[in-house]
Design a protein. Sequence first.
Length: 317
Amino acid sequence: MTDWWLKFGCFLTGFNYNLVKNSSEQSAKNVKKYTSAMLLIVLVWFFIGYSFATRYLHLATWGGILGGILMSFVVIQIERIIILSTRVSTWSSLFRILLALVMSILGAFIMDQITFKDDIELRKAQVMDERVKIAVKQSEEDLQKQIQDLDTMISTANSRYEAVSEDLKRNPVIVTSYTNRSITRDSEGKEVNSTQSTNKSVMENPKKLEMEQLHKQIETLQSKKFALAASITSIKELKEQELKASTGFLDELTLLHDVVTSSSIALFVYLLFLFFFLAIELFVLVMKLTDSDSDYDRLLRHQTDIRVQMLEKLRIH
């Protein structure tokens, strides 16, 4: 079991298993110590990566697991750069501290969003109510304008309908008169006799068809008006659903800022998470800077020195 754990630790940290196995117990302890520290960091960042992917990228469970694995891979590579460095320079230490500060701020933000979830939801409800009022007001104004336009069209159609109706009352039918005249002539072409007859035709007033069309048009316009008036009552619920669906990461950060700055206790919790993540991020760096050289490190330097001497001899010859 110990040998398996040592192999896993060497794989995770990048140490050479064969060299560690043939070194002292102190070298094996160093590997296990770095392994435990890296597993702690990886576990925390896997949870953060999973939460970020599922909460803000709206991925499924497999997407969250993939996001956690990706974040863990990045953290492992960053920590291995420090662990495998034979000499940690001042510039690399400063860069790692800066990176740790950035990662701790991001980690604290995400953890606080999970910790203060109920408080954020309460603040979101307040902000959402204000946004809904503004959005509903604008939408209601647009709908009222459309209703006014429909009222104008309905009024015009009603006026025309009444005019046509009055005309139909006066002239329900149209009577058309026409005269037929026949002339009788003799052989020389002179008019001998002429007869004249008058005929009348009665037809339905064509404006009756126009009246029916106007009636259908008025019914259609009134139906549209009633539909718009009914939509005003449900528009608040629809706008609230739309605004909730479009809440993003920046909105969450803004709400978190409001929650954190509204209470000294909330600010204390945020700073507590911030320093916790900062300590975890600098854990490996501090161990690397404070640990004394083991025989594994000296063996690596010895191999390097021998290799350099061999190259120098080859260059001379």
